[in-house]
Design a protein around this ligand. Structure first.
Ligand SMILES: [Mg+2]
Length: 406
């Protein structure tokens, strides 16, 4: 049965929320991000007025100041955006329970069974946009298509305050004349390489032999790109409840005193947590290390991340802060565990210190995750956890009781 998926995306979300809170800002070049005097902070969100000056998300604040000296710069207030996001989710739920929040300001809805309530899907989209504007004083853009990917691309190309519907069966024709940059997984670097091969438009991806693309992005990447160019995507809305926390722990078969042996196990558990986190489309704000010593005393040590993240690299950095605390007590260790909490939906608008590097990491982790989905978690181990031989840790399979049970 063919489905209709609605993708909704708030326009310049953080900047729009700030404007709704303080209407004096309306119509002004507004830039939200970091703290003004931190040279490393970047733009999280820019109003469309600021974008006219060339200001973009993830650009260093200093550069934004040069481009737009008369801009109004304000720091992020993340708690507020989360609250607005939850209220918007409640508005979306009035149309269908079949909702998947894709990030703090984006959602996919399966509206197949709801269209008749509004006569047609254009009226349904207009209803949602109007409700959000009335209640939250911000605008949203809607794309509707047969699957999530095409619906999102439709929304992306008609922002802000837009609406675009692609009939089922028209995906390929719709995508063909668009720039390759619209396809998921094609960031600035990949786009540049594709353009270097003369591939400017989606149509040309279809005309290029797959092995040629594979040279550039690997066979998995090439396959994904071809599928995307054909307009193939998932229409499955995962309505699962967001978990409160994600954790993994393990008990050693004999109590362990040597942290050189404990640490790799801990890194491995962290990678497992991070994998689950990403599979749920989540990021974490808090990493907790749990240590149970041989006398059964249990201690927890917590580190709050400067920004929510789903990347192994950020979680391992947090762990490096926590390990010395666990080590401080010179006692044998019976059990160790990692817990990720303060979970939020992945926020691509977040500040990224080194955008390029993080992008590369994200891509790497996505392909690592794809391999793990197929072959199991243990099929890929990252450097930090490679030396987990000896004590109890096996592959990622969770076992009841002693091994890495939850
Ligand atoms: Mg948005």
């Amino acid at each position: 049965m063919s489905r209709r998926i609605l993708h909704i995306d708030m326009d310049a979300f953080f900047a729009s929320v700030e404007t709704a809170l303080n209407p004096v800002l309306r119509g002004k070049p507004l830039i939200v991000g970091g703290s003004a005097d931190d040279a490393r902070s970047v733009v999280s969100s820019a109003s469309y007025e600021a974008r006219r000056y060339g200001v973009r998300s993830a650009m260093p604040i200093a550069q934004a100041r040069r481009l737009c000296p008369e801009g109004i710069f304000i720091p992020c207030s993340h708690g507020v955006y989360g609250e607005v996001s939850r209220r918007i989710e409640a508005i979306l739920e009035t149309v269908t329970p079949c909702i998947q929040m894709a990030s703090i300001d984006e959602a996919n809805l399966d509206i197949t069974g709801s269209i008749h309530l509004f006569n047609n899907e254009a009226a349904l989209a207009a209803h949602l946009k109007k409700r959000i504007e009335e209640r939250e004083h911000i605008t949203a853009t809607v794309g509707i298509a047969a699957n999530k990917m095409v619906a999102k691309i439709a929304a992306n190309i008609c922002k802000p305050d837009g609406y675009l519907s692609i009939d089922n069966g028209m995906e390929r024709a719709f995508l063909a004349p668009l720039s390759v940059g619209v396809l998921p997984g094609v960031g600035p670097n990949t786009r540049e390489s594709l353009e270097g091969m003369g591939i400017m438009m989606v149509r040309q991806v279809l005309e290029t032999p797959e092995p040629m693309l594979a040279n550039l992005m690997g066979s998995h990447g090439a396959r994904c790109l071809k599928d995307a160019a054909m307009g193939m995507g998932s229409d499955i809305i995962e309505t699962r409840q967001k978990p409160k926390s994600i954790s993994r722990e393990t008990t050693f078969s004999t109590d362990e005193l040597d942290w050189a042996k404990i640490e790799p196990v801990l890194f491995r558990l962290t990678e497992q947590c991070a994998y689950s986190l990403r599979s749920e489309g989540l990021e974490t704000g808090r990493v907790t290390l749990k240590v149970r010593y041989s006398d059964f005393q249990t201690k927890t040590f917590t580190f709050s991340l400067p920004e929510p993240s789903g990347l192994d690299s950020a979680l391992l950095r947090a762990l490096r802060e926590l390990i010395p605390k666990g080590k401080a007590r010179r006692a044998r260790v019976r059990l160790i565990g990692v817990n990720l909490s303060a979970l939020s939906y992945s926020q691509h608008q977040m500040e990224l210190f080194d955008r390029e590097r993080e992008e590369k990491w994200e891509r790497t982790m996505r392909s690592v995750d794809a391999v793990r989905d197929k072959l199991g978690f243990g099929s890929v181990g990252l450097g930090s956890a490679l030396c987990t031989n000896g004590n109890d840790m096996r592959s990622g399979r969770r076992k009841k009781g002693t091994d890495c049970g939850k």
